[in-house]
Design a protein around this ligand. Structure first.
Ligand SMILES: O=C([C@H](O)CO)[C@H](O)[C@H](O)COP(=O)(O)O
Length: 209
């Protein structure tokens, strides 16, 4: 299972510092949505230039104009880009068309799809995305009683390639691997750790055990 770090910081210098600290332990460097909004699409180019050997994931969470927005990220050097799984199928098809044009990958982010999630995961997989991110966002995670378990259950049931995001940490990443995820996404468990490099190394160890 691959490990993706979500660089959920708000400026490019902080993102470059965090990427330097963790890159040797991760497979995918994600520019989180707030970072792209704050620092701009040029941050994608800067992270790719600093880490050309890593896959760079632009978490645009596109909700409309899929081909246009995905094209912006691919043109800037992204290897993967997100489109929302909840949006119009033509938006997803557009992002996929851009992916084909650039030879890059599109990921459908299932954030906020809760009812009927497995059925929608199967539908978006047929639209040509490379995989589906089964995701509980920061606001959902903040609610009392949040558990990653329903994400894992839906991944097991869906029968298509998937990643998991939503509070992946040292004591849950083993379950993410056992559920069959292709990628585990970790943000806070890495950037909030006293030593982000050590936290990423520990997650990577458990991701591949
Ligand atoms: O995508 C994310 C969130 O929606 C903010 O943009 C996070 O990067 C993702 O949830 C991973 O972060 P953690 O949940 O802190 O592991």
């Amino acid at each position: 299972m691959q490990l993706q770090v979500a660089l959920d910081v708000l400026d490019l210098p902080s993102a470059l510092t965090l990427a330097d600290q963790v890159s040797e332990h991760v497979d995918i460097l994600e520019l989180g949505t707030p970072l792209v909004k704050s620092a701009g699409i040029g941050a994608v180019s800067a992270i790719k230039a600093a880490h050309p050997d890593k896959l760079v994931f632009a978490d645009l969470k596109t909700a409309d104009a899929g081909e246009l927005e995905a094209g912006l990220a691919f043109e800037a050097g992204a290897d993967l880009v997100t489109v929302m799984g909840a949006v119009d199928d033509d938006t997803i098809r557009g992002a996929v068309a851009a992916g084909r044009k650039y030879g890059k990958q599109v990921v459908a982010d299932m954030i906020s799809v809760v009812d009927g999630r497995v059925a929608r995961i199967r539908e978006v997989a047929k639209l040509g995305v490379s995989f589906v991110e089964i995701h509980a966002g920061l606001d959902e995670q903040a609610r009392p009683g949040y558990s990653i378990d329903q994400l894992l259950e839906d991944g097991r049931l869906a029968g298509v390639p998937f990643s998991i995001a939503g509070g992946v940490k040292v004591d849950t990443i083993g379950s993410v691997r056992e559920a069959g995820a292709k990628v585990a996404v970790a943000g806070g468990a890495i950037y909030n750790a006293p030593d982000p490099g050590a936290a990423a190394a520990e997650l990577k160890k458990r991701a591949t055990r």
